[in-house]
Ligand binder design. Structure first.
Ligand code: GA4
Length: 324
C-alpha cells in the first residue's frame, strides 16, 4: 500500500468524535416486501443496506483490484490521470478549501460509458462494467421507492426516469483512505477522511472493502458507524430525492473517518445518479396529497449543482431553497 505522498498538515485535518454502533436497515431487494422496506428506510434514516442486489461479486473484485493497483502508482502517474475538475484528486475536496485524509478518482459517467480514457485500461474497463451494473440497481431501487411511496403502477417509472436520460448527470467516485499516521489527542476518535455532507444528487450507491469508517447522522443528531460489508450496496437518498418526495425521504448526512495507523486502507466506490441539467427538481405531482404545499422553491439541477459547488462540504445546501 502506498500512502498519500504529500503529507497533510495536521491543523487542516478536522478530528471527529463518534457515538456507539447502530444498524442501518437491511433490504433484500429480491424479497416480496422490498418496496415497503425501501420506503421505510428512506423515510426514517435515508440510507439502507441492499442485499441480493445482483451486481456480480467478480465485477466489484476486479474494480477493487484495479483501483488498488492505481492508487499504488507514483503520485505523478496518478496526477496524469487528472483532468480538473474531474479525475484524480488527493486531500482536497471540491473547490472551497475542504480537505480530508483520502485520495480519489472522480469521473462523470457518459451515456452508457464511463469517460475514463486516461485511466489504466484494466481499471477503466472494470469501472465501466461495474458502473453499468450499479446503474441498473439504482434504476430498480428508484422503482421500488416509487412503489413504496404508493404511486400507481403506471407512474412507478417517474423517479427512475429522472436519472435515466442520456443527459442525466451521473458520476462515479473511487475513494482510497490510507491509514493515517497522525497521532490522536486524548478523546479523539479519528481523523476525517471525508467530512460530513449530504449528496446533492437523487441517489447514491456505495460499495466498500472490509475496512469501516463510514458514519451516518441519525435524525436525532447522533453519529453512528456503518459496519462495512463488501457484499452489500449502501443506498442513500440525496438532496434532490428529498425534494422530489417533498421531504418524505431524508437526505442522510454522512462522513468517513480514515483508518488509524496499522489498520487496512478503506476503498469505496460510489455511483451518483443525478438529473439532467434542465430537470426541474420539485415534489412529484403524483405524490402530493390534496392541498399539500411544496416545501421548496422550484429549481433545476443545473441551478442546484452550481450552488452546491460554491458551498462548503458541510453546508446545508437545501436551506436556501426551503420555503418553510
Ligand atoms: C458530495 C457528493 C459527491 O462526492 C460530489 C461531491 C463534490 C466534490 O467532491 O467535488 C462536492 C460535494 C459532493 C458537495 C458540495 C461540493 C461539491 C464537494 C463540495 C464541497 C462529487 C458531489 O456531487 O457533491
Amino acid at each position: 500500500m502506498v500512502g498519500i505522498t504529500v503529507p497533510m498538515s495536521m491543523d487542516k485535518v478536522p478530528l471527529v468524535k463518534c457515538a456507539n454502533a447502530a444498524a442501518v436497515p437491511t433490504v433484500d431487494l429480491s424479497a416480496a416486501g422490498a418496496a415497503a422496506a425501501v420506503e421505510q428506510a428512506c423515510r426514517s434514516v435515508g440510507i439502507f443496506r441492499a442485499i441480493n442486489h445482483g451486481v456480480p461479486t467478480a465485477l466489484a473484485d476486479a474494480l477493487e483490484a484495479g483501483a488498488a493497483a492505481f492508487f499504488a502508482l507514483p503520485h505523478k502517474s496518478k496526477l496524469e490521470a487528472s483532468a480538473t475538475p474531474l479525475g484524480y484528486g488527493s486531500k482536497s475536496i471540491g473547490r472551497n478549501g475542504d480537505v480530508g485524509w483520502l485520495e480519489y478518482i472522480l469521473l462523470s459517467v457518459g451515456s452508457g460509458s464511463v469517460a475514463a480514457a486516461s485511466l489504466p485500461p484494466p481499471l477503466g474497463a472494470a469501472l465501466e462494467e461495474y458502473t453499468d451494473a450499479v446503474r441498473e440497481v439504482g434504476a430498480r431501487v428508484l422503482e421500488l421507492m416509487a412503489e413504496g411511496l404508493g404511486l400507481a403502477e403506471e407512474n412507478r417509472g417517474v423517479l427512475r426516469r429522472v436519472v435515466a436520460s442520456d443527459e442525466a448527470d451521473k458520476m462515479v467516485r473511487v475513494n482510497h483512505y490510507p491509514p493515517c499516521p497522525c497521532p490522536l489527542a486524548a478523546g479523539q476518535r479519528g481523523v476525517t477522511g471525508f467530512g460530513e455532507h449530504t449528496d446533492p444528487q437523487v441517489i447514491s450507491l456505495l460499495r466498500s472493502n472490509r475496512t469501516g469508517g463510514l458514519q451516518i447522522m441519525l435524525p436525532d443528531g447522533h453519529w453512528v458507524p456503518v459496519a462495512p460489508d463488501p457484499d452489500s450496496l449502501f443506498v442513500n437518498v440525496g438532496d434532490s430525492l428529498r425534494v422530489l418526495t417533498n421531504g418524505r425521504f431524508q437526505s442522510v448526512k454522512h462522513r468517513v473517518v480514515a483508518p488509524a495507523d496499522g489498520e487496512q486502507s478503506r476503498l469505496s466506490v460510489i455511483y451518483f445518479g443525478g438529473p439532467a441539467p434542465t430537470q426541474r427538481i420539485a415534489p412529484l405531482p403524483e405524490l402530493m396529497r390534496e392541498g399539500e404545499l411544496s416545501m421548496y422553491r422550484d429549481f433545476t439541477w443545473a441551478e442546484y449543482k452550481k450552488a452546491a459547488y460554491k458551498s462548503r462540504l458541510g453546508d446545508n445546501r437545501l436551506d436556501p431553497f426551503e420555503l418553510f
